[in-house]
Design a protein around this ligand. Structure first.
Ligand code: TRP
Length: 328
């Protein structure tokens, strides 16, 4: 039987946090044996907000290296840079003509980003979900691992694909969301009701964070005055620490509660910091090694783009034929 296909991507728009790692990359690394995985560095998406050219360039390469350092073995999956496959922009234009303004106006991320970047509400920011739909549909993906904040975009992708399929009969596979069994939603360490974000340095830990700083930030993480380790409604700080520790060690909340029965937050934080450091150190070492081997990284993203282009071009051919375009 053919493997089911998975597509996902991360924007090269800032440093990855342990939230990206525990919520996405660590789980992706476990999918590559069972599925045909295609992972992209979505640099076309990144320019919907202003990027410094030199930083963007470095971040794209750094993201490829971080994918691999996290265990996403390019021998077992496809890793590529979105702008290297022109079909993304092509299909995105076409799908724009099958997406309604009203649908895009409802996207909460657009409303949020346009209020935060009021000086640059560009058309790309508005049609961003259409590009994301093109990413997924080009590869006829079965499953798309996405975080909570991307569910609405995936819903739109399905709606647009179903609409296109209704007009021209079956063209696109309708993708499903993939909710990882162990995927953690990591919250800000200082403000645990908010998702961890790199723009809040005190409350976030970068994947490439200096090790001393990892320990310091865990020790300073917000808790509460109850003094015992137990996952309970409303205990945002403790719940977040339990889910971080659980995602790192693959222990369940029950196991963690037992492990720290009768112990205080000091012991708990010490264990979290140690586990996290033990997890991050080899990733950081591997990252450094990869960044010293640019030729290898280039061979990964060029052969990744070759394979991606092959699949994507086949979908473009099919779409053009359905629409009635003259064959190239
Ligand atoms: N929009 C996603 C995000 O910001 C990134 C993304 C782009 C993506 N294209 C995708 C995720 C396709 C999954 C599938 O997180």
């Amino acid at each position: 039987m053919e493997k089911k296909r998975i597509f996902s991507g991360i924007q090269p728009s800032g440093a990855l946090t342990i939230g990206n790692y525990l919520g996405a990359l660590k789980n992706w690394a476990q999918l590559i044996d069972e599925y045909d995985c295609i992972f992209s560095v979505v640099d076309l998406h990144a320019i919907t907000v202003r990027q410094d050219p030199k930083e963007l360039n470095e971040r794209c390469l750094g993201l490829i290296a971080q994918y691999i350092a996290c265990g996403i073995d390019p021998e077992k999956c496809t890793i590529f840079i979105q702008s290297h496959v022109p079909a993304h922009a092509e299909l995105s234009w076409i799908l724009n003509c099958y997406t309604y303004m009203g649908e895009l106006e409802r996207m909460t991320q657009f409303k949020d980003k346009s209020s935060r970047h009021a000086d640059n509400i560009n058309a790309g920011l508005f049609t961003y979900p259409v590009l994301m739909a093109a990413d997924i549909l080009l590869y006829q993906a079965d499953l798309v691992p996405v975080g909570h904040d991307q569910k609405q975009h995936l819903e739109l992708c399905r709606d647009v694909a179903e609409r296109f399929n209704r007009i021209y009969d079956d063209t696109f596979k309708i993708p499903e969301g993939y909710i990882a069994k162990m995927g953690a939603r990591v919250m800000d360490l200082q403000n645990p009701e908010k998702k961890m974000s790199k723009s809040e340095p005190a409350g976030s830990i970068a994947l490439l964070e200096d090790i001393a700083s990892v320990t310091k930030k865990i020790k300073r993480a917000q808790t509460d005055s109850l003094g015992y380790v137990k996952f309970e409604e409303g205990r945002h700080g403790i719940n977040n620490l339990i889910s971080i520790y659980g995602a790192v060690t693959r222990k369940t909340a029950d196991e963690i509660e037992n492990e720290f029965q009768g112990k205080g937050y000091g012991d708990f934080k010490k264990a979290i910091a140690e586990a996290l450091v033990a997890e991050l150190e080899p990733i950081q070492a591997k990252y450094q090694e990869l960044m010293n081997n640019k030729d290898y990284l280039k061979s990964v993203y060029t052969s990744g783009a070759d394979r991606a282009r092959e699949i994507a071009d086949e979908t473009i051919r099919k779409v053009h034929q359905k629409i009635g375009y003259i064959e190239r």
